[in-house]
Design a binder for this molecule. Structure first.
Ligand SMILES: C[S@@+](CC[C@H](N)C(=O)[O-])C[C@H]1O[C@@H](n2cnc3c(N)ncnc32)[C@H](O)[C@@H]1O
Length: 385
């Protein structure tokens, strides 16, 4: 979710017209005979296609010089607080195994950096602590691993890149995903008053333009809302739901912590009947999401009704679902913040810290935290919330 910041210059990489040409070439094979591409396939290419996608470079497009800020980039206290939560979960599970943290979509590694710094300040991580970075953009993953090496060493953490959440087989640990699900390709469906239709993109010569067709595939349960106002658009991400199922398939003990912007489907439909797709470039909203694919961030509210339902169906147990601010409160943010205030050396430093804390608690309005336990760990972890 974009947090306003300084303006940015023109998008880097190929110029807009070249990008559109590259997208057209990538989408070509995905088109049906009349040139229609469902929105999720377009978004997949625009965000992740090699050599073109918004996230496919070796530099994170978030943070300073990027298009928007995420919570870990606002202040290391965010990562530190997640580290506290991970330690609390590990203790509650009896510290039977070394602490294993798996971060999905680490981007520039800000969350891990905050967490490592907190471990170092506390005298080092528990023996054998391992931190696995699962980053879809390979060159960004490598750059992040390199950047984090020293901080991990000084915290006593072994950090490495992984290929997928289940790449090493079943495990007990803590999975963290901050702003991962909103960046997954989403289907956009519109209620005409009689039926649901699929929104997408049509290739018209050298141009892309919005298009609408009958549903290209059935929508798996849960059912879409019944009888909304004609024109209502609902977004859902089969990929986001599959990520949750993949976590459930491999997490035999511990928790998954998902922090993202979004809401329950009913709330989204009521508040955003025309959908929630957001296109952002240079810290500014962009009117046309098709304008500069690959140079524009595309994201949509996480449909938490569907994500929570996917988690339940896959066997995960919901420990908590709350606003980001409430979750930070539960995970020990106030104590971390007070300690950080005591360590400030000037009033300017203190003001900066207070502003960052205010931003983390109140600037990320609409952000939710979902904690999902592996079934076997749920009894031991319930007391934590
Ligand atoms: C919005 S950024 C968030 C980065 C970071 N979590 C943060 O909060 O600053 C989303 C990141 O998730 C990565 N990503 C997207 N889908 C992924 C997947 N299926 N597995 C791993 N990483 C993924 C993207 O490449 C990008 O780095």
């Amino acid at each position: 979710m974009p947090a306003p910041e300084a303006d940015r210059t023109a998008p880097s990489g190929p110029a807009t017209a070249d990008r559109v040409r590259l997208v057209l070439r990538s989408l070509g094979p995905l088109c049906d005979p009349d040139g229609f591409v469902p929105f999720d396939r377009f978004m997949e290419v625009a965000l992740y296609a090699e050599g073109l996608g918004y996230y496919a470079g070796d530099r994170s497009p978030t943070g300073p010089g990027g298009d928007f800020y995420t919570a870990p980039q606002v202040h290391p206290l965010f990562g530190a607080t997640l580290g506290d939560r991970a330690r609390a979960v590990h203790r509650a599970l009896g510290e039977r195994r070394p602490l294993r943290l798996v971060e999905l979509g680490p981007g520039d590694g800000s969350l891990a950096a905050g967490l490592f710094a907190a471990f170092r300040e506390a005298g080092g991580a528990p023996d054998g602590t391992e931190y696995l970075l699962i980053e879809r953009a390979p060159s960004l993953g490598r750059a992040t691993l390199e950047r984090l090496g020293e901080a991990a060493d000084s915290a006593g953490v072994r950090v490495r890149l992984g290929t997928s959440v289940g790449g090493d087989g079943p495990f007990e640990g803590i999975v963290i995903a901050n702003e991962l699900l909103d960046a997954q390709p989403c289907r956009r469906l519109r209620w005409t008053g009689r039926e649901w239709t699929e929104l997408g993109v049509e290739i018209d010569g050298a141009h892309l333009r919005p298009a609408e067709r009958p549903l290209t595939s059935p929508v798996p349960p849960p059912a879409l809302p019944s009888g909304p106002e004609p024109g209502t658009i609902v977004e859902l991400s089969p990929v986001a739901e599959a990520i949750v199922r993949e976590i459930a398939d491999h997490l035999v003990g511990g928790v998954a912590i998902v922090v993202d912007y979004g809401a329950e489907e009913e709330e989204i439909v009521r508040g955003h009947p025309r959908g929630t797709l957001a296109a952002v470039r240079g810290h500014r909203p962009v009117d046309d999401p098709l304008e500069a694919p690959g140079a524009t961030d595309l994201s949509a509210f996480v449909n938490f009704s569907r994500v929570r339902s996917a988690a339940r169906r896959a066997g995960l147990v919901e420990l908590a679902y709350s606003s980001q601010a409430e979750a930070l409160g539960r995970w020990g943010f106030p104590a971390r913040f007070e300690a950080a205030v005591r360590r400030t050396r000037s009033s300017e430093e203190e003001v900066r810290l207070r502003l960052a804390a205010k931003n983390l608690l109140f600037g990320f309005e609409g952000f939710r935290a979902l904690e999902l336990a592996a079934r076997a760990s749920a009894p031991a972890l319930r007391g934590l919330t």
